[in-house]
Design a protein around this ligand. Structure first.
Ligand code: NI
Length: 175
């Protein structure tokens, strides 16, 4: 795949705490290039999602791409989907707590409560506005990435801080 591997920003860098700027021209060459670069960067790091500020870019876009891996052995599989200017229309009352980690916070895992299902809206890379209903793991990734573009990280959502563990211990647990 074309695209260039970008440096992943780390917790402590101010851009991870910034609410990002809406994208005016989703189908522009600049955004297409950004999408390719974000996808190769995410794949190289074995992530299941990545937000623009994680590659140092102030634009409201993220990639959602669940795939089973050593980091997420039980993930469903879906081709990488770019979501531009996303918006949550409604959230289920039902919550689900499960493990999360973050490419910008290496070596750490914790259990995070998230809404089980969401109604969302986003613009595709062709500039089409779409609506979708997400649930389970994909809804979890969406909420994690949507937090990123609003300057939040999963640590902010952890309810039981005793669930924090190292990546190494986590892998023993889920394997
Ligand atoms: Ni993250």
């Amino acid at each position: 795949m074309k695209g260039k591997i970008l440096r992943i920003t780390r917790l402590g860098e101010p851009i991870l705490r910034k609410a990002l700027t809406p994208i005016r021209r989703p189908a522009s060459a600049e955004i297409q290039r950004l999408i390719e670069n974000m996808i190769v960067t995410m794949k190289k790091a074995k992530g299941v999602g990545i937000a623009a500020n994680q590659v140092g870019v102030n634009q409201r876009i993220f990639i959602v791409a669940p795939e089973p891996s050593a980091r997420y052995p039980h993930a469903p599989s879906m081709p990488p989907l770019a979501m531009i200017n996303p918006k949550v229309l409604s959230r289920s009352k039902k919550m689900q707590t499960d493990w999360e980690g973050c490419l910008s916070i290496p070596g750490l895992r914790a259990k995070v409560p998230r809404h089980h299902a969401l109604e969302i809206e986003f613009t595709t890379r062709d500039g089409q506005r779409r609506r979708a209903r997400l649930s389970g793991f994909i809804a979890r990734i969406f909420q994690h990435e949507n937090d990123h573009i609003n300057g939040r990280v999963y640590l902010d959502r952890v309810r039981d801080t005793r669930t924090f563990m190292t990546e190494q211990e986590y892998r023993k647990l889920v394997r």
